[in-house]
Ligand binder design. Structure first.
Ligand SMILES: [Zn+2]
Length: 152
């Protein structure tokens, strides 16, 4: 097992039992329905902030946030409450899907080659200039195409 730039803490079993593994997007017990219900309790939250919330999408980082939102065509500043149920389900499942691609590409050292929107100059779909902006309460950098990612 390899660890990169992280802190390691020794914990006892009682601590491990309290961890909500269902929030880990790569876990076999990850629950998209439950995730959807949690998201719906904060309709005024921007989807970019929700994706970075480690209590909801444990394991999702800024790269995954940007790439997953591009794949499903959702603007990062969209409000959860404005997303149609279909789109909400799409971004939830894409957060998991992309995490597996991320792991596979990272392992093969080809992650950045697969970036479609993250730190890109032009949108691979329409060629428009990619917008770079600090979005949401978390003020993390978002990269998006205004034409291909709809604001809800
Ligand atoms: Zn575009």
């Amino acid at each position: 097992m390899y660890f990169y730039t992280c802190s390691v803490k020794i914990v006892d079993e009682s601590f491990l039992k309290k961890i909500n593994w269902k929030a880990d997007v790569m876990s076999d017990v990850w629950n998209p329905e439950k995730t959807e219900n949690i998201l719906k309790t904060t309709p005024k939250t921007m989807i970019c902030d929700a994706l970075m919330n480690q209590d909801i999408f444990s394991g999702v980082g800024n790269i995954i946030k940007n790439e997953a939102l591009f794949r499903v065509g959702i603007h990062p500043e969209s409000l959860i409450g404005n997303l149609p149920s279909k789109k909400l389900k799409e971004i939830i499942s894409e957060a998991r899907n992309y995490s597996f691609d991320f792991k596979k590409w990272k392992k093969a050292n080809v992650l950045s080659k697969h970036f479609q929107i993250y730190h890109q100059k032009n949108c691979p779909k329409c060629g428009a200039e990619v917008v770079k902006k600090d979005t949401g309460k978390s003020k993390r950098t978002s990269f998006f195409c205004e034409k291909d990612q709809k604001m809800y």
